[in-house]
Design a protein around this ligand. Sequence first.
Ligand code: LMR
Length: 326
Amino acid sequence: MKPIITLAGVLLALASACAQAEPIVIKFSHVVADDTPKGKGALMFKRLAEERLPGQVRVEVYPNSTLFGDATELEALRNDEVQLLAPSLAKFEQYTKQLQVFDLPFLFDDIEAVNRFQKRTKGKQLLRSMEDKNITGLAYWHNGMKQLSATRMLRLPSDASGLSFRIQPSAVLEAQFGAVGASTQKIAFADVYDALRTGTVQGAENPWSNIYSKKMHTVQPYIIETDHGVLDYMVVSNTRFWMGMPHKIRFELEAILDEVSFMVNREAEELNSADRERIRQAGTSEIVALTPEERERWREAMRPVWQQFEPVIGADIIKAAETVNR
Ligand code: LMR
């Protein structure tokens, strides 16, 4: 019997051929400028993914909160309206308390210590701490150590008393500033420059690359080299989306992410130092180096925050982080 070719059959075959030909679209949204560790990482991921999976994957990068900002991006990820994000580790509080370990002041001596923690068992486990919320951690990306900035010179913790600081949405950061008598306001990253310019807040904490790329040095006369905490990122995807991709494509994208993470993490410190130098040359703010004794005073003042958050973060996680300092 001859096969009967119906119009409906032809249309169905065509539709499925078209469906297969459609590339998987990955929207990668973030809140910083292109010329920062995260911004560069997102663009490198796009380039490599489209080069190595031509026609199969298209990556759309949206920097500077142009698609979603701090307040909406994680819910948008969970709803599959965006497929990749790299929020700062301070922005996951709603989904897990464990990641707050990264916000504890003076816990990590430097970015190398942070790196060691992220590579060890506990650090890797934290990548999976939000899977029950449909959020999968794929990698850690560095930005760098945070510096304080303010409208007045801050040499000792008591100098911060009475000032209001912009913070990311993290109870640890709120407590950190509370410990030195300062108040805080949670403000989305896109609005920080204006909040500093108009005096809504008088201070902030940021790595050099964020200060420079958002011109915060032009509205903060003092930047104090405290290196008191870390601002790093977790690259995350919607668990169902990521696991639902064809295996070959997913494995290739994960290999690309490894490569990009290596590049971001290798170059972040250099980029931050270069931006520190640009800020110094701009001459709009005084860069204040603390003496070891002054820095120790800040550490002593803020250190009680560790005990306060130990029950929520987990003593085992804090201990594991502490041991990475040399
Ligand atoms: C901030 O809100 O200060 C940072 O999380 C911005 C960023 O993504 O680096």
